[in-house]
Design a protein around this ligand. Structure first.
Ligand code: HEC
Length: 178
């Protein structure tokens, strides 16, 4: 019966449409965007930062450059879900909002994920060959996570400028009237 057929087609279209809406992560994510530097408050050399920008920032920060295919469903749903999950685990644009314990845990996760080759995901490097990391780059990130963890655990290691001046950070703040 043509009418029945029409109704079931209509039903199927409605179901697919609803599933699409459900899959589609809450809107406005593309607007969630800042150009503030990554890892604010961390001590990181420009070379290592550059590697993280190249291989991680698209998913793990608010400085996402949305590739062309991220505008075309159904790829767009997958990409947006990926970025949402990635930022949920680790958002390099919000580093200053994490407490010391969280930073420690994230640093060891970054070191492990990078060193083992789990991150960046191969589904991503396949489409973005420029984000592939060499073994030396993986080690570089891993070593940075170790020294940054040590610095957080023992803050007296940091603030090289005040050490250089022979003034402890507290005294320096006091001298600045803070
Ligand atoms: C394609 C986007 C994408 C890129 C690029 C990417 N990640 Fe991820 N990352 C994810 C997603 C999605 C998750 C969460 C789901 C999962 O575990 O697969 C995640 C999870 C993580 C976690 C959390 C693991 C945990 O135990 O909580 C860390 C740490 C991480 N990524 C580090 C990195 C680092 C470092 C880079 C760059 C070298 C990177 N990622 C590149 C998508 C990405």
């Amino acid at each position: 019966m043509p009418q029945r057929l029409f109704l079931s087609v209509l039903g199927a279209v409605a179901i697919v449409g609803a599933a699409g809406l459900a899959l589609h992560p809450s809107g406005g994510m593309r607007q969630e965007r800042t150009w503030s530097p990554l890892l604010e408050g961390a001590e990181i050399d420009p070379g290592t930062l550059c590697i993280l920008e190249r291989a991680c920032q698209n998913c793990h920060s608010e400085r996402t450059r949305w590739p062309w295919y991220s505008h075309v469903p159904p790829a767009s749903w997958l990409v947006q879900r990926d970025v949402k999950q990635a930022r949920g685990h680790l958002n390099l644009s919000r580093w200053q909002d994490y407490g010391a314990d969280e930073r420690q845990a994230l640093l060891s996760a970054i070191g492990a994920a990078t060193r083992s080759g789990v991150m960046p995901p191969s589904r991503y490097t396949a489409l973005h060959p420029g984000s592939k990391l060499s073994g030396a780059e993986r080690e570089q990130i891993y070593h940075w996570t170790r020294s940054e963890r040590a610095r957080i655990a023992d803050p007296s290691r940091s603030a090289p400028r005040s050490q250089h001046m022979g003034v402890k950070p507290e005294e320096r703040t006091a001298a600045m009237g803070g």
